[in-house]
Design a protein around this ligand. Structure first.
Ligand code: KG4
Ligand code: ZN
Length: 324
């Protein structure tokens, strides 16, 4: 079954074509990152307007990449269904994808499948794999807007064990990057900076809530106070690199501790890391090293970590018979 997916919940206009939830025929993204870098974050009004400009060119490009053109036009006869991100997200951004998907489904007489954006992230680890995922799967979804630990016993059975009570991990990366003056998006900038830093230079607090919930606002405030206290060192690249490394270490520790706790209690067969922050190599390495006796997966490509439409088309395939 070939599904065309559309994702426009935040600042990426994305269209993908995926066969049977795993085989990615195309995964096209128009990123607005450069546009939002100037403001240090996404401005919803700007994002909606950019989606309007990009959606149809990206749609066409997706057919071209998948080699599904006929007589110079997209060959809709090859598409079995259309999937679109329903929620959560910026409403003006979501609307562009929703209206486009509804119109295409109507005109081309295809079923429309609405997908929850977080479920899309959770199923990103099925993309491009040859083997079968073994349930139960423990999924840590860490992005700019979401931070959830979920036990998935089968497709569509999402048992939320815990979530962030305040900032998501990605949001903490973005905010701390702004404090360090290293730009937007913060995650990749901090990861790069941390490579040259000493992660033992300072111990930031690791949130240790008793249950499976997370909290990152205290850590963000601790970094703010630390930087204010050492204001005179803000021009020192080594100080900035050390601070980035220590902050990243604290985030990773908080995430890994909950994963290990859940592995002990629920004995999953696999542990999956998904969402924008799953691009972080230090986080991947920490889970890989410390979660023993389970298969560990992260997205096969960096482009499947951050927002993309392949994950929406993939999730639609596996969840199509289950109400979202
Ligand atoms: O999944 P995503 O594209 O959007 C949301 O659904 O929120 O995630 C974006 C988030 C941003 O906060 C970004 O800073 C973070 O993912 N991120 C990273 C890395 N790459 C992206 N965080 C840490 N390390 C990275 N390499
Ligand atoms: Zn996302």
């Amino acid at each position: 079954m070939i599904i065309l997916g559309i994702e426009s919940s935040c600042d990426e206009t994305a269209v993908a074509i995926v066969e049977d939830g795993k085989r990615v025929l195309s995964n096209t993204v128009a990123s607005q990152m450069a546009k939002h870098a100037a403001t240090g974050g996404v401005v919803p009004e700007v994002a909606s307007r950019e989606h309007m400009k990009a959606i149809l060119p990206v749609l066409r490009q997706s057919f071209e990449e998948a080699d599904l053109m006929k007589g110079g036009q997209p060959d809709w006869s090859k598409i079995d269904a259309i999937a679109v991100t329903k929620e959560p997200g910026l409403v003006g951004s979501l609307l562009v994808g929703q209206i486009t998907a509804q119109t295409l489904a109507f005109v081309h007489e295809k079923p429309l499948i609405e997908v929850n954006h977080i479920h899309g992230h959770m199923l990103a680890n099925w993309l491009d794999i040859e083997d079968e995922v073994q349930f139960p799967v423990l999924i840590l979804t860490v992005s700019g807007g979401h931070n959830e630990l979920v036990l998935m016993r089968d497709f569509g059975q999402f048992e939320v064990l815990g979530e962030s009570l305040d900032d998501a991990a990605g949001e903490a990366f973005d905010k701390v990057a702004r404090l360090l003056g290293v730009g937007y998006p913060g995650g990749p900038a901090i990861e790069k900076l941390a490579l040259h830093g000493n992660k033992e230079a300072h111990a930031f607090p690791v949130s240790d809530l008793e249950d499976y919930n997370f909290s990152f606002s205290g850590l963000k405030t601790a970094v703010l106070y630390y930087l204010q206290k050492h204001e005179e060192r803000m021009g020192d690249p080594n100080f900035l690199a050390d601070t980035a490394a220590c902050f990243q270490k604290a985030v990773i520790e908080a995430l890994v501790q909950k994963v290990l706790l859940a592995v002990d209690e629920y004995c999953p067969k696999e542990v999956h890391l998904t969402g924008g922050v799953s691009a972080n190599k230090a986080l991947r390495a920490a889970i890989q090293e410390r979660a023993e006796g389970v298969t560990f997966r992260h997205p096969q490509k960096m482009s499947y970590c951050t927002d993309n439409a392949a994950m929406i088309a993939g999730a639609a395939y596996f969840l199509k018979d289950i109400a979202s």
